[in-house]
Ligand binder design. Structure first.
Ligand SMILES: Nc1ncnc2c1ncn2[C@@H]1O[C@H](COP(=O)(O)OP(=O)(O)OP(=O)(O)O)[C@@H](O)[C@H]1O
Ligand SMILES: [Mg+2]
Length: 384
């Protein structure tokens, strides 16, 4: 089984997808650190990272553009860095604005859209805009070609698949009937903008106020000039996602439900002919091998001797038994996952004692992410 380093070796894009809270942001950051430390120029596009993680990467004041993480940070935290790590926090609204600016035929139409109140509402609320904008940014950075590898964190969608459908949804929105009605030369927009507004419309205007209608009409008029550009772009984004240089990693937790979601997500990737790179099970309870076997039988006694408190020893022993039960459950779930995916390439990352909030924590995650097969066996047995 190839190591993650080998899987990602010739890749230009790595997308970490999975359901909410499983560790996508942490994993993306750790992968970026790992590949950069191996000598690549890597940029991680992250979404809403925990504040402490962002702070520790010096990202607190990141805008919608990539910045290099200070190499001195790695030295200070004892992480060897042969390449360069760049990071950016995705700002969907800003990306949408930039996209409009790029697609607009001239400055005047650009400003007309950007200043339009309807646009301001839509750009904030457009379904899937966060997912779509993540991919827009990815596409843009890939086209610029500044980096060896782009690692994309994905937003906490209820359903990991929303993310895959995002380009399609935007195209559908643009091609959709509501927009068409507005954008036809004889459509509502033209009627509103024209002088011969119907009685019905004038009533409507009185009810909702003229400005809303005018804004709406103006927005759709201005937007209509950009539809072709959007469609072409959404197609190119889709193409990039299925490129062999792209690799999807499915991140999940070891419990039943996240495992089922990962199985489902994997199947959808295969159906959509998108390149699947592997699955990462995060927050796994590893069995504590050292304490297994005979020792467990006498654990309360052994603990009482050590702790000098029988009551406490009982509780610690019970706790330990619970933990072992969790570890066994996780192992069963992971076995199920591997057989469903017909792969042995399941990477396990343990539930660390502490939140992952600095480079040292990410480096610890990397020990597991980038381990060789032999190292994985050792680690899974709790011996490493
Ligand atoms: N292996 C781990 N051990 C311990 N804590 C972890 C581990 N992986 C992630 N965490 C912690 O779990 C929390 C959630 O992780 P993270 O933000 O990466 O999840 P996410 O999938 O990006 O969530 P969301 O779907 O909300 O974006 C963070 O506080 C992180 O530090
Ligand atoms: Mg996240």
């Amino acid at each position: 089984m190839p190591t993650l380093g080998e899987v990602l070796d010739e890749k230009e894009i790595c997308i970490c997808a999975g359901s909410g809270g499983v560790g996508k942001t942490t994993t993306s950051a750790a992968i970026a650190v790992g590949m950069a430390s191996r000598g690549l120029k890597v940029c991680v596009l992250t979404i809403d990272p925990a504040k402490r993680l962002a702070d520790s990467l010096g990202m607190e004041e990141l805008g919608n553009e990539a910045r290099q993480v200070d190499p001195a940070l790695f030295e200070r935290q004892g992480v060897e860095m042969k390449g360069e790590l760049w990071a950016m926090m995705l700002d969907p609204k800003q990306t949408f604005d930039e996209l409009i600016a790029r697609q607009a035929p001239d400055e005047e139409s650009r400003d007309r859209v950007l200043e339009n109140r309807i646009y301001q509402q839509i750009s904030n609320a457009l379904a899937g805009s966060q997912e779509y904008m993540a991919m827009e940014k990815l596409f843009e950075l890939h086209t610029e070609g500044e980096f060896d590898l782009l690692v994309l964190d994905t937003p906490p969608t209820r359903n990991a698949l929303d993310f895959l459908d995002a380009p399609k949804r935007l195209t559908q929105f643009i091609e959709g009937r509501s927009l068409k009605v507005f954008m036809k030369p004889t459509g509502l927009a033209a009627k509103v903008a024209g002088r011969g507004a119907s009685v019905a419309l004038s009533v409507f205007k009185r009810i909702v106020g003229f400005d809303l209608i005018a804004d709406l009409a103006e927005f759709f008029n201005a937007f209509s000039g950009m539809v072709d550009g959007f469609q072409a772009r959404a197609k190119r984004v889709n193409k990039l996602l299925s490129d062999p240089g792209t690799c999807f990693l499915v991140v999940c937790g070891p419990q039943g439900e996240p495992i089922d979601e990962a199985v489902y997500f994997h199947r959808k990737l295969v159906e959509a002919k998108l390149p699947f790179g592997g699955v990462i099970v995060n927050k796994v309870h590893y069995p504590a091998e050292q304490l297994r076997g005979d020792a467990v039988e006498d654990l309360p006694a052994a603990l009482t001797e050590k702790l000098g408190d029988a009551d406490l020893a009982q509780r610690v022993a019970a706790n330990f038994a619970d933990y072992q039960a969790l570890a066994e459950r996780d192992a069963r779930n992971i076995e199920h996952l591997a057989s469903e995916l017909r792969t042995q390439s399941v990477i396990r990352v343990p539930y660390l004692d502490e939140d992952v909030h600095d480079l040292a924590g990410l480096a610890e995650i990397d020990r597991y992410l980038f381990a060789t097969s032999e190292e994985r066996v050792e680690m899974a047995a709790g011996r490493a």
